[in-house]
Write a protein that binds this ligand. Structure first.
Ligand SMILES: NC(=O)c1ccc[n+]([C@@H]2O[C@H](COP(=O)([O-])OP(=O)(O)OC[C@H]3O[C@@H](n4cnc5c(N)ncnc54)[C@H](O)[C@@H]3O)[C@@H](O)[C@H]2O)c1
Length: 450
């Protein structure tokens, strides 16, 4: 079987060939996730690393073959994704240092891995960010924009996107939020409609967060916006209406990496076997700047809300009250500097079985936060760009695979089970593949089985 066939050469979608350059604008450009992603990709380009963890680069797309057997095509060959060598990086941060300094500060990658790409990292610097210390209380903004209103700040971000495109001769840009977690806020009046949001920006309504200004600007510039943190950001009616009106893709929120990824694999197992649950205690220690920001109760509340929702959805209490009506679910994050980015998570799961007899599962995950997040950033960028080229706008539920709190369209219950999420992602990729003028699934199948 030849699995090397699929989309070959320069396949265009809606007039955009995949060989065109793609701009990637990262908010929080100098952070641990961003620098690990950019440095990693530069290393992959030089043939020095393998993009482990990326479905776009290493994954395969399953198909039902014509004779009833299943077959697969590498995703990279099935779809005209932007090529790694054609990505142009830029972004914003509130600290003015090169990506080389920022990568070293993040202390995720070793010197031996940084040295071969040091010149490229040195050449990258962030644009000044839009910052409000009321939204991230444990950081100081040193490299920030000023403007007479939030509307003016949003317009400055739009201008940044336009000039980034012009300078780099780009047609397409994706914007992704990898900046610090903002404090917990709920929807308010300004968040309701496009008009109320515009008026809110002009009045500098305190309920409009910096992340919302980036997202608004990106959508108006036709750039997909992806939210890697648990902030409210695009999860408000005004933003959804704007994205729908402009037919620009949005997705979020909060990258699903270590402990929650494990939770969304283990909880479906309990449900599948009709085992009961009394309690799930999750705690972790984390010593990077993200941990420092989450040490503030306002930012932690945003993260906690995102992490807690997962079990409620997977273990439907209404369906099985005898198994899941009285669950004690606790999530704690401790800022512990000696560990840096190397998070350690402990989960204690109190489950029960036949006749109510109690059992326990202990999980001790020694992970690396940014190492798990970087491939998620890469996949989101490539898939969002592909989907935008295929004409998909508004909320993209199928990207929920990558998020702790997947955004859904009105009335839809979010799916959290990792493997159901992966199937949904595959189904959408196959659907996009069918939109390709140059290839049909039948054609691909005949090539694959040929
Ligand atoms: N690493 C993971 O596993 C993971 C998982 C889920 C979510 N996240 C989220 O991803 C985000 C990034 O994580 P990290 O470890 O890279 O954090 P980090 O603290 O290393 O990086 C955040 C960066 O954002 C910058 N920043 C803050 N506010 C900004 C603003 N308004 N505009 C521009 N830049 C701003 C900071 O200066 C910093 O450089 C966090 O919100 C985190 O909660 C990370």
């Amino acid at each position: 079987m030849n699995t090397k066939q699929g989309v070959q050469g320069d396949v265009s979608m809606n007039g955009h060939p995949s060989t065109e350059k793609l701009g990637v604008l990262v908010v929080g450009f100098n952070g641990a996730v961003s620098t690990t992603y950019v440095a990693g990709l530069l290393s992959v380009r030089k043939g020095l690393s393998t993009p482990v963890g990326s479905l776009a680069e290493l994954g395969t797309l399953p198909f039902a073959g014509s004779n009833g057997s299943a077959t697969t095509i590498p995703i990279r060959e099935a779809l005209p994704l932007a090529k790694s060598e054609n990505l142009i990086f830029g972004g914003w941060d509130i600290r003015d240092e090169s990506l080389l300094e920022a990568t070293r500060y993040a202390d995720v990658l070793q010197d031996k891995d940084i040295a071969p790409i040091a010149d490229e990292l040195q050449a990258l610097r962030p644009m000044p960010g839009v910052f409000d210390s009321e939204y991230v209380r444990n950081l100081r903004g040193e490299h920030v924009k000023s403007g007479e209103s939030k509307f003016s700040l949003m317009e400055q971000i739009r201008e940044d996107i336009r000039s980034f495109k012009l300078t780099n001769n780009l047609d397409r840009v994706v914007v992704i939020w990898c900046a610090s977690t903002e404090v917990y806020i709920e929807q308010s009046a300004s968040h309701q409609t496009i008009e109320s949001f515009e008026e809110g920006m002009r009045q500098s309504d305190p309920n409009i967060a910096p992340s919302m200004l980036y997202a608004w600007a990106a959508i108006l510039e036709g750039a997909p916006f992806l939210n890697g943190a648990p902030n409210l950001t695009v999860d408000i009616p005004a933003m959804i209406a704007l994205a729908t009106r402009e037919n620009v893709l949005i997705a979020g929120k909060d990258f699903k990496t270590g402990q929650t990824m494990m939770k969304t694999v283990l909880a479906p197992m309990l449900k599948a076997r009709m085992l009961g649950l009394n309690g799930w205690f999750s705690s972790n220690i984390l010593g990077n700047r993200d941990g420092e920001v989450l040490d503030d109760p306002g930012s932690f509340k945003t993260k906690e809300t995102s992490k807690l929702s997962v079990l409620d959805y997977i273990l439907d209490t209404d369906e099985n009250p005898e198994l899941y009506s009285d669950i004690h679910h606790t999530v704690r994050i401790y800022y512990y500097p000696p560990r840096g980015d190397n998070k350690e998570g402990w989960d204690n799961i109190d489950l029960f079985g036949w006749m109510g007899y109690p059992m326990q599962i202990k999980v001790n995950f020694l992970c690396r936060d940014s190492i798990l997040a970087a491939p998620i950033v890469h996949d989101l960028v490539l898939f969002a760009d592909l989907a935008q080229r295929a004409g998909l706008g508004g909320i993209q539920e199928w990207l929920g695979f990558y998020f702790k709190s997947p955004m859904t369209t009105a009335g839809h219950k979010p799916e959290h089970d990792l493997f159901i999420q992966r199937d949904v992602l595959h189904a959408k990729l196959r659907e996009i593949m069918q939109k390709l003028p140059q290839i049909s699934i039948a054609h691909a199948e005949s090539e694959v089985s040929g």
